[in-house]
Design a protein around this ligand. Structure first.
Ligand code: PHB
Length: 389
């Protein structure tokens, strides 16, 4: 009797644990850590929207595994990112961490990714150094060096001689400034003023007032996604749009989700970037239409980083036959190539960073709406920040 009871209990326990194990193996968990509140909230919202849309279109099961997203808001504060990444890895046993709206957040999670051998998919942050901080980091966003080198060359070749720079005072702003400056001055251009503004609640007014007086040919602007609308509002309020001072930069300042509300002051701004909602491919037209239908707003470049990030995970799982350990996934991701709404992209197998086209675009009005219209393409651009070591 006692023996029967013990053996029944043992059987029940082992059935339970096998059941638990099978279930754990059938779900691939992704901890999505992004800013959903605070100054960078539009980044998290775009990424989360795009991932939801991707799963609606492609289903939430791939290679026999259910892909579960666990969304966490870090408000772009790296101490939060680190705590959330730790909790997700240790308690939730996530297979992957993803998102990272700003560089300090991506860097804060890097040692945890290495220690736990958990892939860290960077879908937003853009400082070159990030992918060098862990062999488990793969990036589907961009680097500021990719776009800033190209706009630096373009400006020097297109009659712009004197430029004042305004950059957000943290790592990606410093990359943007450094790479722009190197290329613009090598082409004969001159930097007449350099101003850095804080990441949180920047005030552009003193800079803009000085620009009005000193009249450079152009202002080179890097502000992170979400801040371009405020910059352009102040630029227009001070009448700089009428003074002939051009806005140039990486495309972050002309983000598609904000562009249409900037008004005509934005017309003529020339930026180099990875994505425009007006990119004329069939895939992008479908992507923009589906995103607008679901969220009643245009996707910006952060949405595309999220879309491609989840696509990368799905394709890697197909390649590993559903094996979801970090080493198998990273090996599968290296060298992967696909068509994105932004155009053709791949993951550099050496650096795990994104290789993508960079387009030069000019803001124009099409059917009454403002768009970044692409007019030149630089194909398969690797991160120039990697070769500078
Ligand atoms: C970053 O923090 O790396 C970052 C954030 C937003 C951008 C670009 C870079 O638009």
């Amino acid at each position: 009797m006692l023996r029967n009871l013990i053996s029944a209990t043992v059987t029940a326990v082992s059935v339970l644990s096998i059941g638990g194990l099978a279930q754990a193996q059938e779900t691939v968990k992704i901890g999505l850590i992004v800013p959903m509140t605070g100054g960078q909230a539009s980044t998290g919202q775009q990424i989360n929207n795009a991932i939801k849309l991707y799963q609606q279109k492609n289903g939430d099961t791939v290679a026999g595994k259910k892909v579960e997203i666990i969304l966490k808001d870090d408000a772009a504060l790296p101490d939060n990112t680190k705590r959330l990444a730790q909790e997700l890895i240790v308690n939730e046993k996530v297979n992957i961490i993803a998102g990272f709206g700003v560089t300090p957040a991506a860097l804060a999670a890097a040692p945890l990714a290495t220690q736990a051998k958990v892939p860290e998919i960077v879908m937003a942050a853009g400082t070159s150094i990030i992918t060098e901080r862990s062999p488990y980091i793969v990036r589907t966003s961009f680097t500021l060096a990719q776009s800033s080198t190209i706009i630096g060359d373009w400006a020097a070749k297109n009659g712009i001689k004197k430029v004042a720079t305004l950059t957000s005072d943290y790592a990606p702003g410093n990359d943007a400034l450094q790479f722009f400056k190197e290329h613009f001055t090598a082409g004969g251009g001159e930097i007449v003023e350099e101003v850095k503004v804080p990441l949180a609640n920047p005030d552009f007014a003193p800079f803009l007032q000085r620009m009005k007086d000193s009249k450079p040919d152009a202002v080179f602007v890097f502000v992170p996604a979400g801040q371009g609308g405020n910059f352009m509002k102040q630029y227009a309020e001070r009448g700089l749009d009428k003074s002939g001072i051009k806005v140039i930069g990486p495309g972050d300042v002309m983000d598609d989700d904000l562009l249409n509300n900037m008004g005509d002051a934005a017309l003529g701004a020339v930026t180099a970037h990875l994505y425009s909602a007006a990119h004329p491919s069939a895939m992008n037209k479908e992507f923009v239409a589906a995103y607008k239908k679901a969220y009643n707003t245009r996707p910006g470049f952060m949405a595309v980083g999220g879309w491609d990030g989840i696509h990368l995970v799905y394709e890697a799982l197909k390649k590993t036959g559903g094996k979801a350990d970090g080493d198998s996934l990273i090996a599968a991701m290296k060298g992967m190539k696909w068509e994105s709404p932004r155009g053709p992209i791949s993951i550099d197998p050496e650096t795990r960073d994104i290789v993508q086209n960079i387009y030069i675009r000019k803001v124009e009005k099409v059917d009454g709406e403002l768009y970044n219209i692409e007019f030149a393409t630089f194909e398969a651009v690797k991160d120039p920040g990697k070769t500078k070591k």
